[in-house]
Design a protein around this ligand. Structure first.
Ligand SMILES: [Zn+2]
Length: 119
């Protein structure tokens, strides 16, 4: 599922303006190494999703959860957990939220960004 981050941060190349996500050491277009951090907007569209029925141990009380790929208006995509498994539709709008998704094996809350369907 990749690293846990609080927010979706895009890296904008200070030289050519290209937005990158996930982060790369150098700009994929011009090889520049300086970036400006931009917080992604809160709304995105659901591109595809899957229901995982064998979650890691940390998800003790959950038997399954939904993982989706969303696309922001500028075409950048991100992978993350969706707060609901029901009534998901490709193309629906989702809102990015920062939430507790589970507790680690020591019982400490794990927080990251998630996608919540907008009804
Ligand atoms: Zn660049």
């Amino acid at each position: 599922m990749g690293e846990i981050t609080e927010k979706i941060i895009w890296h904008k190349c200070k030289k050519c303006g290209k937005l990158q996500y996930p982060e790369h050491l150098r700009c994929l277009t011009c090889k520049n190494k300086e970036f400006e951090e931009i917080e992604a907007p809160s709304e995105a569209i659901l591109l595809t999703y899957t229901i995982l029925t064998a979650p890691p141990k940390e998800y003790r009380n959950k038997e399954s959860y939904a993982l989706g790929i969303v696309e922001f208006p500028n075409g950048i995509r991100a992978l993350g957990q969706i707060t609901s498994e029901k009534n998901l539709k490709i193309g629906m709008k989702l809102k990015t939220e920062y939430a507790e998704i589970c507790a680690d094996l020591d019982g400490k809350a794990v927080r990251t960004f998630v996608f919540k369907p907008i009804s």
